[in-house]
Write a protein that binds this ligand. Structure first.
Ligand code: EPZ
Length: 424
């Protein structure tokens, strides 16, 4: 069944939006729960397709999943009886690689079909494999599978990552929680969800120190226990609404956020002329973003946290296409994360691509067009552009957007957007 959005653009977004739990934390924490044979109860789990896919995988390998008190997700991994993850389970989901660290950590072996996910570049997993090998696992890639075994158990070690990788950091950190002795991860990723996963592991009784810095130390334990845990708010969802508010010249209060996670995006939006005010109403933090006329041109370079996140490069470009002057956007993380460019050009944007850099020559206005999302954040960028454009757009392939944004059209409609979902 094909689904698409119809968006009537040109209306400033106004009102308040509440951010959901972080996708990239949730998709790691769900596999991490396998490390204990006990029940974990998770709060603030986003209702998105990537989470549903992972829960289905967990059930297929013997885990039990239920919701208690509405939105609290209860995961029981005591019945997990298979360490084999097949292609049909993982073809759409990059984060399935976390099952490798979790299953290897708990059972000492795992077989995982190589992960799918967004088409944004090569996306090797050599650093994951390097880390598992350093912990003493025998790892081979054959028949489209990563096969890992540590018949005598994992043993703590020093792992130096050649590139800063969120996935490899989290995956090796998970496996190391139950390795004998101490593991040190050097050149680790510092993203908020790395810290969130470390906090979850520690709530289960793991001994992880230093998450959020580039060196993480893990002292292995022999057993982990169940726990209750609330997932952090989604940095990228919050950033997307901040950009959408600025791009439409709107005024939006973004609730359920952690302001420090949003510093890079606030800084760049302010540089582009938007007003960004951080607040605290006594119960929670919020961010208020007010857009004006056309933005100022700015330069953006994507970098690992605390730099500007690659996941917001595409939505940010959708904002800057209407800037006064030329903006340069350099993508340093994923070399092919530019599939949204051709779609923006069809709306009237002027963008020159040269390798990893896009030169965006600001135009006065965008006009609506039929648009095709190539990946999750490209989809978000097209929605932002369509909201800011004159006239009607249709955004296709929105199942990609459903992978990572909870109730996108409901949240946007509550902000006054004219967006509807259509099913064929
Ligand atoms: C995570 O992907 C996120 N996915 C991505 O979010 C995000 O864009 C990315 O981190 C960067 O922040 C999940 O958390 C599930 P990386 P990941 O390993 O872990 C290279 C979204 O839209 N690399 O940090 O796959 C790699 O090619 C998604 O929500 C290796 O060379 O990213 C890239 O250039 C898309 N070898 C860089 O490192 C490896 O073994 C960073 O990738 C691993 C990565």
């Amino acid at each position: 069944m094909k689904q698409w959005y119809r968006i009537e653009g040109g209306k400033p977004l106004e009102g308040a939006v509440t951010i959901s739990g972080a996708k990239n934390a949730a998709v790691a924490i769900i596999p991490a729960s396998i490390l204990t044979g006990e029940c974990c109860v998770l709060e603030n789990i986003p209702c998105i397709e990537d989470v549903h896919t992972l829960l289905e995988i967990l059930k297929r390998i013997g885990g039990a999943v239920s919701y208690t008190m509405g939105e609290r997700l209860r995961l029981d991994s005591s019945g997990v009886n298979s360490c084999s993850i097949t292609f049909d389970m993982v073809s759409t989901l990059r984060a399935s690689y976390y099952l490798l660290g979790a299953l290897l950590g708990r059972y000492g072996h795992a077989e995982l079909s190589l992960p799918g996910g967004c088409v944004i570049g090569q996306r090797p997993i050599d650093q994951h494999i390097k880390g598992m090998r350093a912990l003493g696992a025998h790892v081979v890639v054959e028949d489209g599978l990563v096969k890992a075994r540590a018949d005598n158990g994992l043993v703590g070690s020093e792992v130096y990552f050649d590139v800063v990788s969120v996935g490899a950091t989290i995956n090796v950190m998970m496996a190391a929680t139950m390795a004998a002795g101490q593991t040190t991860l050097v050149n680790a990723a510092k993203e908020p969800h790395v810290v969130d996963v470390a906090n979850f592991l520690n709530m289960m009784g793991a001994r992880v120190k230093g998450a959020g810095t580039d060196m993480i130390r893990i002292t292995g334990v022999s057993k982990l226990h169940g726990c209750d845990y609330a997932i952090i708010p989604d940095q990228i969802e919050a950033g997307t609404y901040m950009v959408a508010a600025a791009a439409t010249g709107g005024n939006v209060v973004i609730k359920n956020i952690i302001p420090t996670h949003l510093e890079a995006i606030s800084a760049k939006l302010m540089e582009s002329g938007a007003a960004v005010v951080e607040g605290d109403d006594g119960r929670e933090f919020f961010m208020q973003v007010t857009g004006g006329g056309r933005p100022r041109a700015i330069n953006v370079k994507t970098l690992p946290y605390p730099g500007f996140p690659t996941d917001l490069q595409q939505p940010m470009m959708a904002h800057l296409v209407k800037a006064h002057g030329n903006s340069f956007i350099m993508e340093n993380i994923f070399e092919e994360r530019f599939n949204h460019v051709a779609e923006l050009v069809r709306m009237g944007a002027l963008i020159d691509l040269n390798g990893r850099t896009a030169m965006v020559q600001g135009v006065e206005r965008l006009t609506g067009a039929p648009l095709f999302a190539s990946d999750l954040r490209a989809g978000a960028a097209l929605v932002v552009a369509a909201l800011a454009a004159k006239g009607t757009s249709t955004v296709h392939n929105i199942e990609l957007i459903d992978r990572g944004y909870e109730h996108l059209e409901q949240k946007l409609r509550a902000l006054g957007a004219n967006i509807t979902r259509h099913v064929e």
